[in-house]
Design a protein around this ligand. Structure first.
Ligand code: ZN
Length: 938
């Protein structure tokens, strides 16, 4: 079992504890179930996060200094030492490890490593050489998200806020005037027929530049952007926007001239800073045109131009007027350009027109084509004529590098990529996923989507810590590529420890450790004699590593955060599916949501981050463990709060109190177990069943509820029923000890420290963690006892209600249970309801019985009522009541008479309807029914 190893660039906080605690609970649970469970941990040093954090500290970034000082409580003198990335890493690694020990994670620390250990680098070299040999590393020219400051590709781990870059294409449609081009960026080039004007930002600076062989006018930012996309760009001069306004340019397709208008909404770093306006079919343009017309015109000439500019209809759309943009503006009640409804209107129209729109007669040879088809054809034709080009954009801009620079799209030539687009590899990855347990199951779709969607992905960087690409040492393997098969390294790392022969031999010069070592230990390739000879590693050790790898691998459960599904966890599947044989593919993934603090997202700016070790010091290890798990199951975000931690503390203390009360001395029960005793044991057995089922599915919240809370209600009822006095025949001590002992075993994975303390207080030897998870025993389940206690409880509640409603202080209470004949009718009614018998037929059948017929109308009336009740009963209840048959209610209530007497402080009589010598002053007995005794108070 593994959990994502941490980046030691800050202390862990309460939120981090969730993934690891779930993993630890799962590991401990499986150990108690008899599995030899390996749960190791390492530290991820590689990549940019450490680098960036140390740099911000060096540069005296006030936000970081405040976070380190106020939230993390790191003294200024210590901060000085953290300015070097490696010192920072070892400082936080130490801190994180202490936290993991303090909270009680059952980790095998012998296998600890960091991703900059020389032998780990050697392992990553083997990993990449193997991928390369399989043809999965490609060199090529592909667009990547790019930091112009670092001159390096950026991925999700390199961005502020951990955002996965999303690169998309748009089309540059080139308007023209006097041999100069005005490229506008659009996703809908087919609407070029409907262009009435262009928009530029009237306050922005544009440039005239030589782009490849042409002259272009674009925003200043665009000139830089184009250079990153393989265009040769030479800026000739700057142009202020007013110089462009009210001029005309020619539509490259329709051939007409259109004017350039001012638009304050135009963003100069989006597209080219020049926007084509299609007011007939784009709600934003329609509204912008209305707003501009409503304003005082810049000049008389501008006013005339504006008045002559009107939307053009070029797409026919069923159910809309000639100008669908106008229809939607009206439908959404849009007020002006800043109205958020514009976005909804735009989305609705773009989608409708794409799927159902048809090009009108005024679109030349495209007339009559569907919009989708027209787009395809126009892109082909205009590309051939040089009137359209592709522009790549970050769809989720602005994307900011950890260094603080805005990222852009860069076409990287001769860069190294991992080819996740390889169709054979995709097949393997899907096959692996299809065989895996995914919890919660609903994220499987996200995995399938990611496996399909992934293409070539840049796998090297120029900045950060890490392993050099073995065949091109100018590049460092990036952090999401060197962290996807490290789970196998946990087997090796134990044998790479200091004092072991491999460390001594190769630590200084790991390059001397040949690939044959990894091929043998991890893949079983090669003969051990030859590998021993080639590596100089003794056969005994080679065999031991190989055996251990075969023993533990594959990873049965990988624990991680849900946000990593679309990258790390999918890569994990990809890489394992090609590196290892099928029997060593990963078996399962558990992904959890976030932890909220007092209901809010944790953030540095809200200062609501509690570092884990501070939390442990304040609340104790077990309350933190239970606290991060108690309020939600895997898929949901969970909420931690001080009140919650305190209430868990109290709960655990109560259990410790119960243990102290029971003491270490075991008392033997003297008598046969009573119905109540059997009820308690049956409840316990049910709880074991439910908790086992829950933990088998990693439904930890449910397990906590059963073990820490629900069972307490049962224990409280058991004690209440027995009352404060302790009769000689009482089995209470024995039963309660049994309950607490079983509960303690079930608590051990969740709250191990408290569980050990209880275990010891009740006089058990050794450690509870070394005991077995309790087994449910079918023979101890007693549905009759459960039903009897249910009845007693129900009647207790009914009686209390009556007392409350009537404010009577009773001297005597009488309970009348139903006569035998009613039971006979009742059970017949349950069966009749099961068979969907009609009321008339049922009554006829009942009255066919001579004994019941002799009772006359009262039997017929009751039969009708009983069938009605049976029909309305939940199926499960009906089935169990049929199975229970006649319940000896009189005996049950007679046994509980002392209990009722003590609860209500009065005399209790129990009669069965029709008993000889019955006292029934108000003739209540005839109102009794099975499971509903009649109650009389005086
Ligand atoms: Zn950067």
């Amino acid at each position: 079992m593994t959990a994502a190893y941490p980046y030691p660039n800050s202390p862990q906080h309460i939120g981090h504890a969730r993934t690891y605690t779930i993993a630890d609970v799962n590991a401990r649970y499986h150990r108690m179930k008899g599995y030899n469970t390996l749960f190791p941990m390492g530290f991820h040093y590689t990549g940019s996060p450490l680098f960036a954090m140390a740099k911000r500290l060096r540069e005296g970034d006030p936000e970081i200094i405040e976070t380190f000082t106020k939230i993390y409580g790191i003294p200024k003198s210590t901060q000085e030492k953290l300015k070097d990335p490696k010192s920072m890493a070892s400082y936080f690694r130490d801190d994180i490890k202490k936290g993991m020990v303090e909270i009680g994670f059952s980790i095998d620390w012998r296998r600890e490593f960091t991703t900059i250990d020389p032998l780990y680098s050697r392992y990553i070299e083997w990993h990449f050489r193997t991928l390369n040999r399989k043809g999965l590393i490609t060199r090529g020219t592909h667009p990547v998200a790019w930091c112009p400051n670092d001159k390096s590709p950026v991925g999700v781990v390199d961005t502020q806020g951990d955002v996965e870059p999303d690169i998309g294409e748009s089309f540059l449609v080139k308007f023209e005037k006097d041999g100069v081009f005005y490229p506008t960026s659009t996703l809908r080039p087919e609407t070029v027929f409907g262009v009435t004007n262009l928009w530029v930002n009237s306050k922005a600076t544009y440039v005239r530049a030589k782009v490849d062989e042409e002259s272009w006018i674009v925003s200043r930012e665009t000139a830089e952007k184009l250079q990153h996309q393989n265009h040769k760009v030479a800026v000739e001069r700057e142009i202020q926007a007013p110089e462009l306004l009210w001029k005309t340019v020619r539509n490259p397709v329709a051939g007409n001239e259109v004017h350039i208008f001012p638009g304050s909404f135009v963003e100069t770093d989006n597209g080219t800073g020049i926007v084509m306006s299609v007011p007939g079919h784009a709600p934003y343009d329609y509204q912008a045109l209305i707003d501009l017309k409503a304003r005082n015109a810049d000049s008389a000439e501008a006013g005339v131009i504006l008045q002559a500019t009107n939307p053009i209809s070029i797409i026919r759309l069923e159910g809309f007027s000639d100008l669908p943009a106008k229809d939607l503006i009206e439908k959404f009640g849009v007020k002006d350009q800043n109205d958020p409804h514009l976005e909804h209107a735009t989305q609705e129209l773009y989608s409708k027109e794409f799927h159902d729109g048809v090009m009108r007669e005024n679109t030349g040879s495209y007339s009559g084509m569907s919009v989708a088809k027209a787009r395809e054809v126009i892109v082909q034709e205009l590309t051939r004529q040089g009137k359209i080009e592709i522009l790549l954009e970050l769809r989720n801009a602005p994307l900011v590098c950890r260094c603080g620079t805005k990222c852009l799209v860069h076409i990287l030539e001769n860069q190294w990529f991992i080819n996740y687009g390889d169709p054979e590899w995709k097949k393997l990855a899907h096959k692996c996923l299809d065989q895996m347990i995914i919890l919660p199951e609903e994220i499987r779709a996200e995995f399938n989507y990611t496996l399909d969607w992934l293409r070539e992905r840049a796998c090297a960087r120029t900045v950060g810590l890490g392993t050099k690409l073995p065949w091109d040492p100018n590049w460092i393997i990036e952090a999401l590529s060197d962290s996807v098969v490290y789970m196998a390294y946990y087997i090796l790392s134990k044998y790479f420890a200091k004092d072991w022969v491999i460390f001594k031999k190769f630590e200084k010069d790991p390059s001397k450790l040949p690939d044959a070592f990894f091929n043998f230990t991890l893949l079983g390739e090669g003969a051990v004699d030859r590998v021993a000879e080639e590596t100089g590693v003794p056969k005994r050790i080679l065999n031991a590593i190989r055996t251990e790898f075969e023993y533990f691998y594959p990873v049965d459960m990988r624990h991680s955060a849900r946000e990593l599904v679309s990258n790390h966890l999918s890569f994990y599947i990809f890489h394992h599916s090609t590196l290892f044989p099928e029997r060593q593919w990963p078996k399962g993934i558990v992904a959890n949501g976030f932890v909220l603090m007092e209901g809010a997202k944790m953030s540095k700016s809200l200062q609501n981050i509690i570092p884990l070790r501070q939390g442990i010091a304040r609340f104790g290890a077990d309350p933190v463990r239970v606290g991060v798990l108690a309020t939600a199951e895997l898929g949901q975000d969970t909420s931690f709060s001080e009140a919650l931690a305190t209430s868990i503390q109290e709960r655990l203390a109560t259990l410790l109190g119960q243990a102290r009360k029971l003491g270490a001395k075991k008392t033997a029960g003297k008598s046969k177990p009573s119905t109540l005793d059997r009820w308690m044991i049956s409840r316990l057995s049910n709880a074991v069943h439910a908790a086992t089922t829950a933990l088998d599915r990693v439904r930890v919240r449910e397990a906590i509820n059963i073990i820490l809370y629900q069972l307490d209600n049962d224990v409280a009822w058991y004690n209440r029923r027995l009352g404060p006095k302790k009769p000689r025949s009482d089995n209470r001590g024995r039963i309660l000890r049994r309950v607490l002992e079983t509960r303690t075993r079930m608590m051990a994975p969740l709250a191990p420290h408290t569980a050990e303390e209880i275990w010891n207080r009740i006089g058990n030897k050794g450690f509870v963690v070394q005991n077995k998870w309790p087994e449910e025993k079918e023979m101890e389940k007693d549905p009759r006892a459960e039903s009897a206690e249910g009845l007693i409880r129900h009647v207790l509640e009914d009686t209390s209600e009556i007392l409350k409603a009537t404010s009577i202080t009773p001297k005597r209470i009488a309970y009348y249970t139903a006569a035998d004949w009613k039971w006979q009718v009742y059970l017949k009614a349950l069966k009749a309801a099961d068979e969907k018998m009609r009321q008339g037929d049922f009554i006829k059948e009942v009255m066919g019985d001579p004994l019941l017929r002799s009772l006359g109308k009262s039997a017929a009336d009751y039969a009708g009522k009983a069938l009605q009740q049976a029909n309305q009963m939940p199926d499960e209840m009906r089935k169990s009541r049929i199975q229970n048959g006649v319940t000896a209610e009189k005996t049950i209530f007679a046994d509980a008479a002392d209990f009722y007497a003590q609860e209500f402080k009065c005399a209790i009589n129990v009669w069965k309807e029709g008993d000889q010598g019955i006292t029934d002053p108000k003739e209540r007995a005839r109102m009794s029914e099975p499971y509903r005794p009649a109650i009389y108070l005086e």
